[in-house]
Ligand binder design. Structure first.
Ligand code: TIU
Length: 236
């Protein structure tokens, strides 16, 4: 046993609901979910489902700021894209037929074949384009863990805490948050960096995460997260 006392450090914390969310050094990843042209631009998948895609634009400026700060702080940054192989072999028939969209997955739209990997519309918007060394996960489902390498990547990187952003709040963000929570991750959703085509779902979707003492995770706005990234790591 050494006589030298070990130095304990306490991580920075984000002021969040239902309580402070720790940001332990080297254990936090930023996940940016499905900020694809197909969901944000007119003529994409989101619009074919009958949605007003302009509602999602407000997410872009705060998320761009969070992305820049995460890169500067050295957080692991992971982007996801929802979509399918050109032959649709990874698209369940039920998903293909669901709803009454004006065009279906795989049909040709103004941004290429809708929700198909490799097409212009499937890729991430220019404002949030991944850097060459950042991870991009292609997922066939709404959740980022289902049928992807995300769990392995996080485990191998020693990640325990996730900052979740992207679209849409009640669909791919919620599904991913629930998947992560069941796998033992602590998850913080940034309220102004997630967006929905439905204002009521946005509000209630966020409430659902942090209700019951944080049944799925924590919620804070981007200002609180950016503030925490500036906090020094304190020695106890
Ligand atoms: N329709 C809708 O709100 N969302 C999706 O289909 N996918 C994602 O949320 N990414």
């Amino acid at each position: 046993m050494s006589d030298i006392p070990s130095v304990e450090t306490s991580p920075a914390t984000v002021a969040a609901e239902p309580g402070p969310f720790p940001v332990p050094e080297g254990k936090v990843a930023l996940i940016v979910i499905d900020m694809q042209r197909d969901f944000l631009l007119p003529g994409g998948f989101g619009e074919t489902l009958g949605n007003d895609v302009s509602l999602l634009q407000q997410v872009v400026p705060p998320l761009a700021e969070v992305l820049a700060a995460a890169r500067e702080s050295g957080l692991l940054v992971i982007h996801t894209r929802e979509g399918h192989l050109p032959d649709l072999s990874d698209c369940p028939p039920a998903k293909l037929k669901r709803g009454k969209p004006s065009q279906r997955i795989g049909d040709v739209g103004p941004h290429g074949r809708i929700l198909i990997r490799g097409e212009y519309g499937h890729d991430i918007i220019d404002e949030l384009a991944p850097l060459d060394d950042e991870i991009v996960i292609d997922k066939p489902g709404k959740g980022a863990f289902y049928a992807t390498e995300l769990g392995t990547i996080l485990r191998e990187a020693g990640i325990t805490h996730l900052i979740v952003t992207g679209v849409t709040t009640e669909v791919c963000v919620h599904t991913t948050v629930r998947e992560a929570n069941d796998r033992g991750y602590d998850v913080l959703v940034l309220s102004d960096c997630v967006g929905s085509y439905f204002p009521d779902f946005q509000r209630i979707g966020l409430d659902m995460v942090a209700a019951q003492g944080g049944i799925f995770g924590w919620v804070a706005d981007s200002a609180a997260f950016l503030q925490a990234l500036k906090q020094p790591v304190l020695s106890a």
